[in-house]
Design a binder for this molecule. Sequence first.
Ligand SMILES: [Fe+2]
Ligand SMILES: [Fe+2]
Length: 475
Amino acid sequence: MSSIDYSQKIPNNVNLNDDRTLQRALEGWQPNFLSWWDDMGPDGSQNFDVYLRTATSVDPQGWATFGHVKMPDYRWGIFLNPGEADRKIHFGDHKGEAAWADVPGEYRANLRRIIVTQGDTEPASVEQQRHLGLTCPSQYDLRNLFQVNVEEGRHLWAMVYLLHKYFGRDGREEGEALLERRSGQENNPRILQAFNEPTPDWLSFFMFTYFTDRDGKFQLCALAESSFDPLARTTKFMLTEEAHHMFVGESGVSRVIQRTCQMMNELKTDDPKKLREAGVIDLPTIQRYLNFHFSVTIDLFGADESSNAATFYSTGLKGRFEEGKRMDDHVLKGQTYPVLHVENGRLVEKQVPMLNALNEVLRDDYIKDSIAGVERWNKVIEKAGIPFRLKVPHKAFHRNIGSLSGAKISPDGQVISEAEWSARSPEWLPTAGDRQFVASLMGRVVAPGQFANWIAPPVMGINRQPVDFEYVRFA
Ligand SMILES: [Fe+2]
Ligand SMILES: [Fe+2]
């Protein structure tokens, strides 16, 4: 069960051979996926041989092999974690019953919506990142970008498999629609707003993979608890791939910071103007990018009070982060949770039924996890002997969803006037000038072992290869 059959057109560990109808349906979708990849995948890179990892089994040890592959030949496939014998539902109204091997009729619409919403983010991020290869800071980074892209493509496969197998004709139609929406396109955009924002430069890319792929981690963790067993098993395997995406983001930002600090010490200055002239990204600009990506990403968790969130939990479709490790009744009726809103010019907490606040619960878990990495970035600055510290903004800052939507809140959580917001937001969010400056640094560096001036090399290469390894062979 755990090893993957690569002799088939669609590599899989789900015995696709035994279900001819499903196999034919997916083989019908495959060319459409490839033509989407052709149109919307990494720009001008179809002929590159890229040092990619490919899943060869879902065993926790050694599931990946590495080798040079042309991306259109990447073996996208369907990989589920092995099932747990006699798995029981462990939260919500069905707690204690057997997990579902199939979709219960009454939850069909909601499950489909959950799977489609998750599935839509996967091709969206490939579209958002499609031009970045043209301005890569090194071969090492180019390879990492492509690895993230092919795996997001595989995550789309994972969701389309569930749609085809369990949702009949509706599912097949959704599978097509996932290839038709386009990130940022006005008449047929991707479902969630953060996936319609452009990712125009590599600082944005690293922030995106740190913050927004981490949203992916938390959503997948919540779905890995699902009573619908195939969804739980699919998302568990996706999580093993997601870890690398967050590594790309965390180490990427860290290397940008390291290079900036090095230049600050060399020039003995913290003047952004001088640092920009020296071709590195000043720390206040990095802070503004952080503020932007953090705030846009925490909106992805949805409204702070949501009856849908309550329904998804109580019916067993979506659990909490690490549901199994929590010491409560896993039903949550009669419990409360604090959410924020603005009252008389101040942020105040109000207690609401916890079931309705589960988006907020997941958002708070996410925030805790994000802060940890930001502290690791601060260690780099501290080690360089520089007094500056990066900070995650208040969760009410720059929000566009829920009760805080549109409220004017400073990064330290003060309610401010419209006028103060207009005057000060250029200190807090990337300005057109910041974006222009960062864009001006982006140039293509592809000689093995060479790095753009604005970023430090990594400590080690991929899969224990040297940093100057030929990660990408250009045609
Ligand atoms: Fe993904
Ligand atoms: Fe990802």
